[in-house]
Design a protein. Structure first.
Length: 108
């Protein structure tokens, strides 16, 4: 387990989990840069934010995960994305209609 994952595991209580596809012509490099800006900008300034990751599947589907102290806090942080300049580029890379977004509460 890497250091960031080890530090998140004992304290997180909520998770945002979304899947999406990139717009045609968007590179993973663009996605990586946009995710870093969103993470280091808006998300890092939010109380209760614990971590963020983007994962790639084999079928062109990507996963966005945000860990927070509570499910409610994960939802609140994600609600701040729309209209935020730190997140605008990230959101602009996502194919319209491809997002599936859900929030989860840690059980154990």
């Amino acid at each position: 387990m890497n250091e960031e994952a080890a530090s998140i595991t004992p304290t997180f209580g909520g998770l945002e989990f979304s899947t999406f596809r990139l717009k045609p012509g968007v590179s993973e490099g663009e996605l990586h840069a946009a995710a870093n800006l969103a993470r280091e900008g808006l998300m890092a300034r939010q109380p209760g934010f614990l971590g963020h990751a983007v994962l790639r599947g084999n079928d062109g589907v990507y996963v966005d995960m945000l860990w927070a102290e509570t499910q409610a806090r994960a939802s609140e942080i994600c609600g701040l994305w729309v209209g935020n300049p730190d997140c605008a580029n990230y959101l602009s890379l996502i194919e319209d209609g491809s997002v599936s977004l859900a929030f989860f509460e840690r059980m154990a």
